[in-house]
Design a protein around this ligand. Structure first.
Ligand code: NDP
Length: 396
């Protein structure tokens, strides 16, 4: 029986709140706070209708540490779950330290004026969390998150050393829109338009954005799709924690229509984060673009098809070369039927709930700042099967 304070009321948060409410034996009390209170209330109404559970809500500017500290002192949660945006990671970690509460998020901190995906800012909190006897769990979504746990699971059960890791994220769904992103458009476009980067023999190798691609044959009838090499934040911690790793790369599928739109938007400067003066007002073109694109949450009823995200891993077991694929397939329609969201929000929101469960039930404990692959993967892998993200593994 625990109390959780969830921050942010977007696509991912909606899934996490619904899934927490479906496990009241652990999440007996849920408080939801975000910048726009009406969005919290809409989620609370849907949760009430689907599960009968009452969720309390508040308005909160999570950039304001004092405001968050006040709310934490009022709500007295056992854990704060940050499902706002990466910009809020540091102020929320500061608030947790000040108010003495554990912390969890799904994406690493990013400075608003620079599209940089690095853990250095959050790793700098290591000593303070340790000294305060608190735990911060970073990146408890799907990727990062489940992909880190898949790597830990493979290390524990299938390999003595993993030499090559390819994380492959396929969205084989279709929302029928000319152009839309499946999670926060600003963060998504910042991530995709940055330079590519992968880990090889102890150093980072850079590529032009989306310059490298490969065709991959996805299982269970999804078929062959083109995947593009990108930098993704879990590579940074996995390169540090997975023994013997010589190469780690991240790939994502994109359709031609998506890429054509993205190139045009980039070409005309609409994806820029450099502020411009418009009629006497400073605006960031990318934030303006976000305002006119469909809200990811609105794609729920429109999206058909499945996602397939997993790790292809090559290494050694008992001196023998071995190659494994561990993956999850998630249906957009099934996710919508269950919690009213498409599968991208679902595949992030469920692991956030499971990460919170690992912390609240004492299965994952520690003082300091942690990544998912640093804990025993077994209870998390069991919970994935139990709470809607069943996984498969095959030897290739
Ligand atoms: P949304 O944009 O749908 O939701 C973000 C929410 O945060 C909104 O409700 C927004 O408020 C709120 N918010 C923003 N700024 C503040 C603030 N200063 N104070 C309080 N609340 C604020 O995003 P998503 O749900 O798609 O994504 C949520 C997080 O999940 C992101 O960090 C994203 O990077 C991460 N993510 C992680 C993935 C993974 O696999 N690890 C995959 C997908 C996403 P308002 O409603 O007023 O705008």
């Amino acid at each position: 029986m625990s109390k959780v304070l969830i921050i942010g009321a977007g696509g991912v948060s909606s899934v996490t709140v619904h899934k927490c409410a479906m496990a009241p034996e652990i999440f007996s009390d849920i408080h939801l706070a975000s910048r726009t209170k009406s969005k919290c209330d809409a989620i609370a109404a849907s949760v009430k209708e689907r599960t009968g559970m009452d969720i309390s809500t508040s308005q909160l500017d999570a950039d304001n540490v004092n405001e968050t500290v006040k709310l934490i002192r009022k709500v007295k949660p056992d854990l704060l779950v940050n499902l706002a945006l990466p910009y809020q990671d540091l102020p929320l970690m500061d608030a947790c330290l000040e108010a003495g509460v554990n912390y969890l998020d799904t994406a690493n901190y990013e400075p608003p004026d620079e599209a940089k995906f690095e853990y250095k800012w959050q790793w700098a909190y290591q000593e303070r969390f340790k000294e305060a006897g608190l735990m911060a769990l970073l990146g408890s979504g799907f990727d990062p998150g489940v992909t880190n746990v898949f790597a830990a699971h493979a290390m524990k059960h299938h390999f003595d050393e993993i030499h090559e890791l390819d994380i492959i994220d396929c969205n084989a769904g279709d929302h029928g829109q000319a152009f839309a992103t499946n999670f926060n458009p600003e963060i998504n476009i910042r991530e995709i338009t940055q330079r590519g980067r992968y880990w090889e023999r102890g150093e980072w190798v850079e590529t032009d954005p989306l310059a490298w691609s490969m065709d991959y044959e996805f299982p269970e009838g999804i078929g062959k799709k083109k995947c593009y090499l990108m930098y993704h934040e879990e590579l940074e911690s996995l390169a540090l924690h997975i023994k013997g790793l010589k190469r780690a790369r991240f790939w994502m599928t994109f359709g031609d229509q998506y890429l054509t739109h993205l190139r045009v938007l980039e070409g005309i400067g609409m994806t820029s984060i450099e502020p411009i003066n418009y009629n006497g007002q400073q605006i960031q073109p990318l934030q303006f673009l976000k305002a006119i694109l469909p809200e990811p949450g609105s794609l729920g009823p429109l999206t058909k098809g499945r996602t397939c995200i997993g790790n292809v891993m090559k290494g050694l077991k008992d001196g023998r070369e071995k190659k494994m694929y561990v993956y999850n397939i998630c249906s957009h329609e099934a996710a919508y039927a269950e919690v009213g969201s498409q599968a991208i929000s679902y595949t992030t929101g469920v692991p956030a709930m499971i990460g919170a469960m690992m912390m609240l039930t004492g299965k994952w404990t520690g003082n300091g700042v942690f990544h998912m692959e640093q804990f025993d993967p077994d209870p998390f892998m069991t919970a994935l099967n139990q709470y809607g993200l069943p996984w498969q593994e095959v030897e290739l």
